[in-house]
Design a protein around this ligand. Sequence first.
Ligand code: BGC
Length: 781
Amino acid sequence: MMKYDLGEGDFKNWIVAEADFSRNLLGKAEAVMSLGNGYMGLRSATEEPYVGEVRNLFVAGTFNQSDRIEVSELPNAADVTRLDIRVDGERLDAAPSRTANYVRALNLKEAELTRSFIWTTSAGKEVAFTFKRFVSLDNLHVIAMSLEIEALDADVQISIESGINAQVANSGSQHFYEGEKRIYDKKYIEMIQKTVESQIDFMFHTVHHASLDGVELEEPFMRIDRRVVMLTFKSAVAKGQKLSLEKLTTVHTSRDKDLAGMELQDMRQQALSSLRACAAKGYDALLLEHARAWERKVWEVYPLHIDSENDFDLLAARFALYHLTVMTPAHDERMGIAAKGLSGEGYHGHSFWDTEMFILPFFTYSNPQIARSLLTYRYLGLEGARKKAKSNGYEGAMYPWEAAWPSDGEVAPEWGRVDVVTGKQTKIWTGFIEQHITADVAFAVWQYYMATDDQAFMEEFGYEIIFDTAKFWASRLEWDDSRQQYSINDVIGPDEYKEHVDNNAFTNYFAHFNLELAVTYYQQLRERDTAVYQKLNAKLQLEQAAIAWNEAIDKLYLPQPRDTDLLVPQDDTYLTKRIIDLTKYKNQTHVNTIFEDYSLEQLSDIQVSKQADLMILFYLLEDKFSEEVKIANYHYYEPKTLHDSSLSLSTHAILANDLNDRSLAYQLYQQACEIDLGPDMKSSDLGMHTASIGGIWQIIVMGFAGVRMIHGKLRMNPKLPAHWNKLEFSISWKGQRLEVAIGKDKLVITALDQLPVTLEVYGTEYSFDHVLTVNLASGDN
Ligand code: BGC
C-alpha cells in the first residue's frame, strides 16, 4: 500500500511513500515513483531484482523499429540501477519476513527517491540498507545513485556487483546491436550501442566510488560479457562499520541536439569528460544542484497551494506537477509527450490527443515556452501528417492518432487484445479512423495563441497548422443526400467503444471549429496581405482552399439537441442501440471488466461508453450549448460511461462543477487523483496516466477556480469544494503572470508585471493593472 502522510515539517504533503514492500505488486511504485527530467525517464525498480519487475530507462525521441512488423517505439535502454548485493554470500531479498522498518519514499520537492530497511540474513545478522537516487534536472544526462550498508550487530562480508546491463528489451523486442564495451583506468565504464533501425547511438558512462568508513576500497573485479560491463566490489564490514557506494552515470545519444553532427569518437570523449566532471562533484553536490533546479524550474514557476481539510488534495496536486515535469521533453521541440510519459512501455512512447487536450493547457497557462515547444513538435509533424493524408486519399494534413518521430506519420499498431468471443486478435482501428486528433491540434494552437498573443509563433508555425488541417477536413467530408448536408462517416470519436460511426458529434463540431479558424485567419491575413499571407498562399493555395472551407462550414452537419429530450446524439446511431444493466461494470474496482463478458464489436451495439465524448465537447466548446442541454446530456450519458479510460474523470469533474454539482465534482477530483495514487495496485503497471495527471491540474484550475478562455477572453468563475478553504496558483495570461488566491468569500488576482488585464467574473467585466479583489457571494463559492 502507498502512504502519503509520512512527510513532516517542510516536507508535509511532499512525500509519496510505500511502507510495506510487496514482491508481488511491483509495478505501482515503479511507475508512480519513477524519476526523470524530460530528457530521460527512469522507472523505479528496486536495486535488487525480483520476478515480475519492469526495469525501464527511456530517452525521449529515440524511436526505433525493432523489426518490420513492429511499430516504432521508444527502446528500453541499458539498465544501471540493478545491483547484485550479497551479505556473507547470500543475495539480498527484501522479503517482508526478513525486513524491518521498510520505507521507500519519493520526495516530490527535491525529486529524490530513498529506500531504507533493516535486513536479517539467514544467519540472523542485521544489516541496515539505505539507497538513494535521482535523475538530475540540472544536468539532464545524469543518473546518480548512492548506497550505504551498515553492519548492525555482527561482522559481515559484503559484495556488490554493479555496472551497465544492456541485457534488456521491450517486452522481448530487442532494439540494439551488441555494441562496444570498455573500462578506462579500471574505473570509468562505457557501453555504446546503436539502435538497429533508426541508427541512434546510445552512450552510457558510469563511475563508482566505494569506501568503507570513508576509506576507498581496493580495485574491483572487472567483467565484460554479452551486453554487460560489471564491476564487483568486495569488503569485510565489521560490526558498526559502513560501506558506501556512489554510482554516477551519464546518458547521451546521437539525437542530442548538442552532439549534432559530431563523430562518434568525439561524442564519446565529450560524454566521458562530462562524467569525470560529475565524479569530481559527487552525489551530494550533484543532489544540491538538482534540488535547486527543481526549486527554480518547477516550484517557483508553478506555485500552487490548497488549504483543504484533506491533505491528500494538495499532495496529489504536487504529484501532478512533479510528473508533468518529468514526463515532458521541454528541452527539444522535435519531441512530444508520451501517453505513459517515460515511465513504462505502455503505448510505446507515442503521443496522442492526450497532450493537446489534457496536458498542454497546463503548459499554455503556466509555462508558455514549453507549450510552444510541444506545438512546434506538431508543426514538425506536418511532414508525417501530410504523408498520412496523402496515403489515405485526402488533402492537407491528417495527424497520426499515435505519433512518434515527427516525420513518421501514423505509428498506431494494427492488432490488439484477444476478442473474448472469437479468440482472435482484435483489429485496432484508431490509427485509421480516430481522426478528431487533427482538429484537436488546431484547437490547441488557437488556445495557445489566445492565451499568449504569440504572433511570431503563429506566423512561423500556427497558421500553417490551422490551414493545412482545415484542408484535410474539407477533403474528408461526404455529401449526404438525405440531409442535404456534409457528413463525416466511419470514424471513432473519443468514445472508443463505438467504432465505425457516422457523424460523431465531437468530431463534427471540432472539424467545423477547425474550418472556422482557418476562414477567420485566412481573412485576417489576406486583408493585411503580408509576406506571411503570400508565403502561405503560395505553399498551400489558400484562395482555392478557402472556397471549400466556406462551403463546408455552411453545410457540415452538426448534431443538435432533440426537441423531445434535449439529447444530442453522440453519433447517428448511439441512441438507437440496446440499453443493458451496467451496474456491475460501473462498480468495478479496476477498468475494462466489461471485456470479460463482451467483445469490442458487441459493445458497438450497446449504449455504453468508454469515456467522456460529448462531455468533452461541452467543456471545450462550452458556449455552443445551453446549460439545460448540458445537464440533460450529462444525466443521460454519464450513467452509460464506464470511465475505462483515465481521460474521462477530469472532464466529468469539471463539468459537474460547472453544472453546480460540487460534491460530485470533488468526489471525481479525488477519484481522478486515485487513478495512479489509489489502492488499485496494478493500475499503473504499464506506466503513468499522463493525461489524467494533466487532468488533475485542469480540475483544479479550469474546474474549481473556473478559469476559461472564451472567444479569446479570460473568465474566472470560482467554485471551491466545500472542503477547501483556500486555493492559490498562478497562470500566465498574454505574457504576464497572474497570481490568483481564492478564498471562501474573496477572489484576489495580482498582475505581477502591472500590465492591464481584463477578465470576467460571474458575468461582470473587470479591468485592472495591479490587484483585483472581487467579493464572492456565498452562492458563488
Ligand atoms: C483512450 C484514448 C487515449 C489513449 C492514450 C485510450 O485508452 O481511449 O482516448 O488517447 O488511451 O492514453
